[in-house]
Write a protein that binds this ligand. Structure first.
Ligand SMILES: CC(C)(COP(=O)(O)OP(=O)(O)OC[C@H]1O[C@@H](n2cnc3c(N)ncnc32)[C@H](O)[C@@H]1OP(=O)(O)O)[C@@H](O)C(=O)NCCC(=O)NCCS
Length: 161
């Protein structure tokens, strides 16, 4: 792993099956209950939108979202621990929002753990509002944890400054 200090401008590109080894290593370093490789393989197989953030040719972040009718759902957004607080999370989130809007979606939803202050702050700054709560949604060290449901209206590009 190259250090964050030698970073160049990030590039965003679609993920492929060849990326999943690196994706899984970031996933395991980031979540107490990480997605399995099979989940990512399924996401690629069914055509979910999967994008990676590259620094110096190295995959250091990714996001997964899907689309049903005119609704998009952000399913995963993750940055390698050594590359956090550099703006990559915001960049990939904005890319997901722009991509969903370009695909004709009117709204984006996501779930996040109430304990995940960094992610909630990121989503709030991007304009997401809390619209609900799913009780006992996530596995937790002790029992289960609720999910906070957040929503962003995706205005047509012509209305976005
Ligand atoms: C949440 C996550 C994606 C943020 O990525 P990042 O690249 O570190 O975030 P950025 O550098 O783009 O920061 C953007 C904004 O997010 C918020 N943020 C990021 N890290 C934060 C922290 N530790 N505490 C509070 N707010 C934080 C801030 O609002 C920040 O804006 P600012 O720098 O102007 O204050 C990253 O912490 C991560 O991968 N976490 C593990 C996986 C995860 O929890 N994903 C979300 C699942 S719902």
């Amino acid at each position: 792993m190259r250090s964050a200090a030698s970073k160049s401008l990030p590039v965003i590109r679609p993920l492929t099956a060849a990326d999943l080894g690196q994706v899984i290593s970031i996933e395991r370093a980031s979540y107490p209950f990480p997605w399995t490789k099979g989940i990512f393989e399924d996401c690629l197989k069914v055509g979910y939108s999967c994008f990676g953030g590259m620094i110096d040719g190295q995959l250091v972040a990714y996001e997964v979202h899907n689309r049903g009718a005119d609704e998009a759902h952000l399913l995963n957004l993750c940055v390698h621990p050594e590359f956090r607080s550099l703006g990559l999370g915001r960049l990939l989130l904005q890319h997901a929002i722009d991509h969903a809007r370009a695909m004709g979606c009117m709204v984006m939803f996501l779930e996040v753990r109430p304990s995940n202050a960094a992610a909630i702050q990121l989503y709030r700054e991007a304009g997401f509002d809390v619209v609900g709560r799913r009780p006992s949604y996530y596995p937790a060290e002790q029992g289960r944890e609720d999910a906070v449901v957040m929503r962003l209206a995706l205005l047509p590009a012509a209305f976005v400054s």
